[in-house]
Design a protein around this ligand. Structure first.
Ligand SMILES: *Cc1c(COP(=O)(O)O)cnc(C)c1O
Length: 406
């Protein structure tokens, strides 16, 4: 039977708290009383955190509200445990630093979020001694030959930013597990619709800043994994989240918790609209990349992994040929049509668009851009769900005409 993230979340939301409220409470305390002095040393020895049936100590370690949000996110991903952090990049950095030490290697997809690319390519080798090999993640042979006895993690995005490459999670998990490495998947593009842990991923990371937050108002992240891994991350002496300190505020955790029950509906609508646009663009013969189109080279692969009913996500990439034309098109849509915003990020309720090569992927050199398949005129669109779909398409079509694409 396929995994149902909506029902899984519902189950956790039916564990009623002490007052029976339908929403979680905000526990705004940074420190917690232990009921007997003897308990404190036990917590410091790593035996009694809340994940182990113990208690709360200090807000950077565990906070009840942040902890419950982590459990909700774990339910959505179908993992044993989860932890929410103050940003997506901190969730990624801490997870990988927990797994790897100096001299260890990460095999990473070359088509990933620009900030993660900079972290892996520049920061890790320079500051941590962790080495990273970049590969075309859709080429399993290339992945296999990049793996060495020093490989401790394979890192990829479920649907990659901005080229819409799909990761074959079962195969990658297999590659990782053969050498005792962990598969870490950034699932920011596809919450609800794809659950990497159900296909063998060991650690699922998120930027909650995008679809999960849904309103472009909060920077946040999460790690979903086994209890053992979350406990490691929160270890008082060696835990990367505990000691690097990307702590989420409980008020933020509460705010985000209200957006999870309708995440499924939002993802469905993002997907429905992105599919409609992509089909139209495809009929017009334009170079459109959307993994929900049967013409996408990895359509079948995505189909084989997705949870039914949520579609293929809200992002598509359209190649306008040149940077100039891409700029003209986006300016026109924003200024003249009032359609969407020329802005980075994604997963907003309105449309966001950017030219990846000269913005969010500008950390890549020209050669790296070419290798990752990011053309200079590639416009990434995160399609929102405001307005009627028909009106929005008319606006888009008019703008395409004005730049002579059709
Ligand atoms: C935005 C993003 C991140 C970084 O998340 P922040 O919340 O900005 O730290 C990581 N991965 C992907 C795929 C993203 O889109």
């Amino acid at each position: 039977m396929s995994f149902d993230p909506v029902q899984s979340l519902s189950r956790v939301r039916h564990e009623f708290g002490e007052h029976g409220g339908v929403n979680m409470s905000i526990e705004a305390s940074t420190t917690y009383t232990v009921m007997a002095a003897e308990i404190m040393p036990e917590i410091f020895q790593g035996h009694k955190n809340p994940e182990q049936g113990g208690c709360f100590l200090y807000g950077r370690h565990f906070n009840p509200t942040v902890y419950v949000l982590g459990r909700y996110l774990a339910a959505i991903e179908g993992t044993e445990a989860g932890y929410a952090t103050s940003s997506g990049i901190s969730a990624i950095a801490c997870s990988l630093m927990q797994i790897c030490g100096p001299g260890d290697e990460i095999v990473a997809s070359n088509a990933i979020y620009g900030g993660t690319f900079a972290l892996l390519k520049e920061f890790f080798p320079l500051k941590t001694g962790i080495q990273v090999k970049f590969v075309d993640i859709s080429n399993i042979d290339e992945v296999r030959s990049a793996i060495s006895p020093k490989t401790k993690a394979i890192f990829t995005e479920s649907i990659s930013n901005p080229t819409m490459v799909i990761s074959d999670i079962p195969q990658l998990a297999d590659c990782a597990h053969k050498v005792g490495a962990k598969l870490v998947v950034d699932n920011t593009f596809s919450p609800m619709l794809l659950s990497p842990a159900q296909h063998g991923a060991d650690v699922v990371v998120h930027s909650l800043t995008k679809f999960i937050g849904g309103a472009s108002d909060i920077i946040a992240g999460a790690v979903c994994a086994s209890k053992e891994f979350i406990t490691e991350l929160m270890d008082l002496h060696t835990g990367a989240i505990m000691l690097l300190g990307p702590t989420m505020d409980p008020r933020v955790a509460f705010d985000l918790s209200l957006r999870l029950p309708h995440l499924g509906l939002r993802m469905k609508e993002h997907s429905r609209r992105a599919k409609y646009f992509s089909e139209k663009l495809s009929e017009l013969g334009l170079p459109i990349s959307y993994p929900g189109l049967s013409s996408h080279p990895q359509y079948q692969l995505l189909e084989s992994m997705t949870n039914p009913g949520f579609g293929a996500g809200g992002l598509f990439a359209l190649d306008l040929g040149t940077t100039d034309r891409a700029f003209e098109f986006m300016n026109d849509l924003q200024q003249n049509e009032g359609f969407g915003f020329l802005a980075v990020s994604l997963g907003y309720f309105d449309t966001l668009m950017s030219c990846s090569a000269s913005s969010t992927s500008s950390e890549l050199t020209d050669d790296e851009l070419k290798e990752a398949g990011i053309a200079p005129g590639l416009v990434r669109v995160s399609l929102g769900y405001t307005g009627t779909l028909e009106d929005r398409w008319d606006q888009f079509e008019r703008a395409l005409k004005r730049v002579n694409m059709i």
